[in-house]
Design a protein around this ligand. Sequence first.
Ligand SMILES: [Zn+2]
Length: 358
Amino acid sequence: MSNSNTGIDYLLELNARHSQAFIDVATERRRYRGEHPTEIAALKCMDGRLHLPVMTQTALGIIQPFRNLGGKFNLGWPFFQATLDHWVQYSISRGRYCVIFVTYHYARGDVHRGCRGFNYDVDAAKNTAIQLKDQFARVYGKGAVVPIVCGIETDLDALILHADDGRAIDLAEARGSSQFELEGLLHSLYPSMPERIVLDLVPLVAGNIRHIAEIRASNRPIEQAEHKEWVLGIGRGFDWLHAINTAFIVGPFDPHLSEAIETAAKLLKGNIDDGRVDPSGIVLMTSAAYRELGPEHELAKEKALFLSKFALDIIKDKVQDLVPHLQILTGYTDMSTRKFEVLERIDRAGARAVGKAA
Ligand SMILES: [Zn+2]
């Protein structure tokens, strides 16, 4: 990996490009949302390989990502339930269905390319996803909110769709990909699913089948399917960062936030120790998301500055060897443009933080 593909300047350029692309496709996105109104969220592991817009060939801004270590969430978590329920109520007030992909991940070729958050135990990850799906069903009933357990297989970037009766379909083995065949597949897996949702999921399923074919045709080397993250992203508003394998992203939802940050920092240090990333381009990046100017914007600033310091303190305390490598980038993301605005930038955090030259 060359210098020019890591570091703060690269991140800011990447954001500028993606923000422009996000603005450019605003009309297309509105048209798509008009045709496919179902709101879709995905609960995912922080793992940098899991990028559903890429995997489903879907425009940014269609799938709302929620990230945490292992994709572990609990509707009992105060901040998570408030955020999620706000999203559900907003969708319902607009007469839209909500689909929540409750995901776990693994790699078909090697168990050790799977999820570190579950010590590579696929069954444990899957069972945790099923429990979370059941929790959604308990809270929201069988109506407008539809949770779906979904495996993400990272060697081929394939989705595994799980039905409530224990069946599952690996989209890497899907036989047909016509509209008719995919509607049939979804009806068979989810007999009680409203037709509106079926029609809105077909483009994602079709996109994943196309993407899998492209991955197969490209003969992607297996090393590219291994960890190469060089960014530790804390907070929200990171969906523009859709370069595969770039960032571990830790959302602010987990009450045990400090443990998630510690784990991500250790994984990042592991990437350096194993020579998979350029040690001079490691970034601790914190983002808070906002839509409106005024207090929401101001609160986003306060949150980003707080979280950045919070994360750095944990890293200094628990993963001190990472500190000399860190560059620090703190800011907030305007969700209507995905533009990241810089609040604070420290190119040589290590030199300052541990009192020696980096
Ligand atoms: Zn994981």
